[in-house]
Design a protein around this ligand. Structure first.
Ligand code: NAP
Length: 487
């Protein structure tokens, strides 16, 4: 493979092994091995922050806070805009780095870099449009003024599945709002975060405004930061389990929380759907990042009349995908993030088969190095199988049959999650009627991809609290201040 030929500039893992990044300084260290899931080999080792390092990062964020808050919005906007331009300029290197440490196929990695950079462009535009309010009291005798102020130091915790985009989706609005931040990326994929911090430096982000630390003790390090009264915001993206733990921890100091958590997206296909469009959408909703996405279609509910044709079409498309190393330009489905992830997928598929599911393609881990699972389609899956309840986070599409609209709605809502849902139907009246009854934060109608920096991203039920992106995303990093005015 052309791997080594492509590792230049920001794509070089060794360049980013210099972390931690605190107060504008790089402090070398080691202790956390970063693996290449495509080969099972070590890519680099990054520093392992202690609680004391985390406190130094809070000091640095505090030292930079008043200067950043006082920086005119236009200037903050221009720094974000330059950061967007630098990410775009170095997109191919960043995509290679993501493909190396995360394993996702290069086209997915390129898509992620473009999506990630857009959060900086979008929030460069929003930084200068912070809303305020002027109202009259109902009695007519007084005035109400509402201003929005930066909330304070924000701790940002991100997962491994979108190492660039989950970070920019938080850093963009936080910096636009006037907050300083401490980013803790996932241990599996820290190199992209460090690479982006270098680009941020180049873009003119002042020392201490963005700090990045990796740690093998996320609980102790985060708890210490949350207990510090200077930290006023926690923005977390990750699993619902860790989100619950962090909400309890943040409650001790009443820290404001935004939570982007797990999903279990239903994908509804009605008899009147355009079959080819539904299959195109299914492939995007299922296979972006090889299924390692919170918005990934986790349950395909297909109406009886179109069920057979849908299963046949999906099976043909899934079976045709080329599985291989993420960094290989021909790959369409890369490895999973860890061998543990493969074991989890195997457990869910084996359990479904034992309960009566039929495999139409795939169905067993690939021998190779323990990181690969093939694109898989299951039909006849019982709705009480574990695979219908848990996030699969892999390239497996379980298909369930339904008869009536009411059944589809009941099945789709039968989960504690509520992040994303998809509907395919050519009857827009029906799609809107069903959509209104789905318990979800986001709904794709005849679309398999919903992520857009200009739209509010987030879930209901146990999929989270708050929204990222869109025009409201910046307010997650601001507090409203009300002035009761008499004049
Ligand atoms: P995870 O295990 O919850 O980890 C997420 C982040 O939390 C990592 O940085 C992790 O650090 C850190 N962490 C773990 N335990 C912690 C603790 N006790 N205190 C503080 N931080 C802690 O999730 P993941 O496996 O990386 O990501 C997959 C999950 O994220 C899925 O459930 C997916 O649905 C969800 N997700 C949601 C969205 C969304 O927008 N709703 C987007 C993407 C992913 P270490 O890496 O060091 O353990």
């Amino acid at each position: 493979m052309t791997l080594h030929a492509k590792i230049t500039g920001y794509a070089d893992p060794a360049l980013h092994a210099a972390g931690l990044y605190i107060g504008g300084k790089w402090r070398k260290g080691d202790g956390i091995a970063v693996m290449n899931p495509s080969t099972g080999e070590k890519l680099a080792e990054v520093a392992d922050a202690s609680v004391e390092d985390a406190m130094r990062a809070v000091d640095a964020a505090e030292a930079a806070a008043s200067g950043w808050r006082a920086t005119p919005a236009r200037q903050r906007s221009e720094i974000l805009r330059r950061w967007f331009q630098l990410m775009t300029q170095h997109a191919e290197e960043l995509a290679t780095l993501i493909a190396l440490e995360n394993g996702k196929a290069l086209p997915d990695a390129r898509g992620e870099v473009a999506y990630a950079a857009e959060f900086f462009r979008w929030y460069a535009e929003e930084a200068v449009r912070v809303p305020g309010e002027y109202r009259h009291t109902p009695s007519g005798s007084h005035h109400i003024l509402v201003d929005h102020e930066p909330i304070g130091i924000a701790v940002l915790i991100t997962p491994w599945n979108f190492p660039a985009a989950m970070a920019t989706r938080k850093i963009g609005p936080a910096l636009a709002a006037g907050c300083t931040v401490i980013l803790k990326p996932a241990s599996e994929t820290p190199l992209t975060a460090y690479a982006m911090a270098r680009l941020g430096e180049e873009a003119g982000v002042p020392p201490g405004v963005v700090n990045v630390l990796t740690t093998s003790k996320p609980g102790a390090v985060t708890n210490a930061m949350l207990a510090d009264p200077r930290v006023r915001k926690l923005s977390f993206t990750g699993s619902t389990g860790v989100g619950r733990t962090l909400l309890a921890e943040a409650a001790k100091s009443v820290v404001s929380c935004s939570m982007e958590l797990g999903g279990n997206a239903p994908f509804l296909v009605f008899d009147d759907a355009d079959l080819e469009a539904a299959l195109d959408g299914a492939m995007i909703a299922k296979m972006r990042n090889a299924g390692e996405a919170c918005t990934a279609a986790n349950r395909f509910y297909v109406q009886a009349g179109i069920h057979g044709a849908f299963v046949a079409g999906l099976t043909a498309r899934m079976a045709a995908l080329k599985v291989g190393p993420g960094y290989d330009p021909a790959t369409q489905c890369g490895p999973m993030i860890t061998t543990n992830a493969v074991r989890k997928i195997d457990r869910l598929v084996t359990d479904a088969i034992a309960l009566g599911a039929r495999v139409t393609t795939g169905g067993k881990p690939l021998a190779e190095n323990g990181y690969f699972y093939p694109p898989t389609v299951l039909e006849n899956v019982p709705t009480d199988a574990a695979i219908a309840r848990e996030e699969i986070f892999g390239p497996v599409a379980p298909v369930y049959r339904f008869e009536s609209e009411e059944d589809a709605i009941r099945l789709a809502n039968d989960t504690e999650y509520g992040l994303a849902a998809y509907i395919y139907s050519q009857d827009l009246k029906r799609a809107m009627r069903v959509g209104k009854q789905l318990e979800t934060g986001m709904l794709g109608i005849n679309r398999g991809l919903m992520s857009d920096p200009a739209a509010p991203f987030g879930g209901v039920k146990q999929s989270g609290l708050g929204r990222e992106g869109g025009v409201t995303g910046i307010l997650e990093f601001m507090e409203a201040k009300y002035y009761a005015v008499d004049y």
